[in-house]
Design a protein around this ligand. Structure first.
Ligand SMILES: Cc1cc2nc3c(=O)[nH]c(=O)nc-3n(C[C@H](O)[C@H](O)[C@H](O)COP(=O)(O)OP(=O)(O)OC[C@H]3O[C@@H](n4cnc5c(N)ncnc54)[C@H](O)[C@@H]3O)c2cc1C
Length: 400
């Protein structure tokens, strides 16, 4: 990719999680005034979705990781899918509920009726709306929240001008340097580079702080990013798929709260499942040991039938790509001041900062969507500014 496009690109979006995909989705809207030739999406991992992921794989991926290819291939997969990352939407999530409607994704109120299990076989009747998500929370039906990124990719590819979008997977952005007045050079871990007018960063602030910038970010901004806790970056989330909903026939809600795990009913129309949070794996703990630990906790709450499920989990504390091991690396007090100006103000008038932690919405999907929308607007304004500057007397835009 040393010279992927002699003219470079208009915008590079760093990260293909919900924020990055929303940025692209909003940016290539045909109603936009600034004319966009192309957008590169650079994603460090092999899949879109970031912190949205389900059991038995996740959604869709671009067909090629090289520049110049833009079609996305949806992975056909009829196996049950239960979220291992973001799951619930709350009634205040206006943007998320609207997106789900636009994408034809139905919701299901988190069931809570029945008994709540505690440690050592203790049980009690659930109170109104009781679940780790609280009253009124909904889940996304038949595929969970992890289907949102793959649907967005399909939308971007098919319904909107997909040929403008180039996907580059398995490549992380290492540096962004100003090379002349309008141009930024973005260099990837593969050694390739692309020249652009605008960069939108959508990875967690800690990951952003590791990208070398020239001119550099001021020290107070770097510190704020490096010490920003990546939301849910330190949990292990598991899902267990069963052939029958044995807990329901025993009068149990699926909600359990023991010393070792917190669980809830994660079933939908296609799947019988229990999901939950547990402690991340210990340094020397093997996968088998993690599975044994989870099985033992679930059998303690729901009985021996819990042994028979298919166990899967995502240990987010081990996801280096999302740079979630903040505590270890920073060795400093972490903060949750999401939406702080130090996390979101533009740099060099060309770099836009998005990602859920740049909005005040608690690190939730709603924040990711709001940040993507804001980032698209900011990127448009930057492009408009450059285009106006480079307009000749007849109103034609010329490019360097
Ligand atoms: C276990 C768990 C449970 C959650 N539960 C809920 C919930 O119930 N409800 C809710 O609303 N939210 C929940 N969330 C939060 C929600 O998932 C996030 O808010 C949202 O997915 C964040 O999206 P994002 O695009 O901002 O960041 P991310 O999803 O982290 O995306 C960032 C992307 O950037 C990529 N990247 C990182 N560094 C680089 C680099 N240098 N170059 C290129 N790419 C890079 C990463 O690989 C990643 O794909 C949960 C999260 C987790 C982990």
């Amino acid at each position: 990719m040393s010279a992927p496009n002699p003219q470079g690109a208009d915008v590079v979006v760093v990260g293909a999680g919900l924020s990055g995909l929303t940025t692209v989705y909003n940016m290539i809207d045909s109603r936009s005034v600034a004319k966009i030739r192309n957008v590169y999406v650079i994603e460090a991992s092999s899949k879109v979705g970031g912190r949205l992921r389900s059991t038995q794989t996740c959604g869709s991926r671009p067909a090629s990781s090289s520049f110049g290819r833009s079609r996305a291939a949806t992975i056909a997969n009829n196996t049950p899918k239960v979220d291992l990352g973001g799951t619930w939407s709350w009634s205040t999530d206006k943007a998320l509920r609207k997106l789900a409607r636009d994408l034809d994704i139905d919701t299901l109120e988190q069931p809570w009726q029945g008994k709540v299990c505690g440690s050592s076989g203790a049980q009690r009747e659930a109170k109104f709306g009781e679940s780790p998500a609280g009253p009124g929370a909904v889940r996304f039906l038949d595929g969970g929240a992890a289907q949102i990124p793959s649907r967005l990719v399909t939308e971007i590819e098919e319904l909107r001008a997909g040929n403008k979008v180039k996907w580059v997977m398995n490549a992380s952005v290492d540096s962004i340097k100003r090379v002349d007045g309008d141009i930024l050079r973005v260099t990837l871990s593969t050694g390739d580079s692309v020249d652009v007018l605008c960069v939108v960063l959508t990875c967690p602030p800690l990951a952003m702080s590791k990208i070398e910038m020239r001119p550099p970010l001021p020290p107070n901004r770097l510190h704020a990013m490096r010490t920003c806790q990546t939301w849910m970056g330190d949990v292990l989330k598991f899902a267990v798929v069963f052939e029958e909903k044995f807990w329901e026939s025993a009068g149990l809600s699926g909600y359990g709260n023991s010393r070792d795990v917190t669980t809830w009913d994660a079933s939908d129309c296609q799947t019988f499942a229990i999901a939950g949070f547990a402690k991340p794996a210990g340094k020397d703990e093997t996968e088998e040991e993690v599975e044994e630990r989870l099985k033992s906790a679930l059998c303690g709450m729901f009985g021996s039938k819990a042994e028979a499920g298919v166990y899967e989990w995502a240990d987010w504390s081990r996801e280096n790509i999302n740079a979630v091991r903040a505590e270890e690396e920073a060795g400093e007090q972490l903060h949750l001041e999401y939406g702080h100006q130090l996390l979101r103000a533009q740099h060099m008038d060309r770099i836009v900062f998005a990602g859920t932690e740049t909005e005040a919405e608690n690190g939730h999907m709603e924040g990711a969507l709001l940040s993507g929308k804001r980032a698209a607007n900011e990127a448009h304004a930057i492009l408009m500014r450059v285009q106006m500057k480079n307009m000749d007397a007849q109103g034609n835009v010329y490019r360097k």
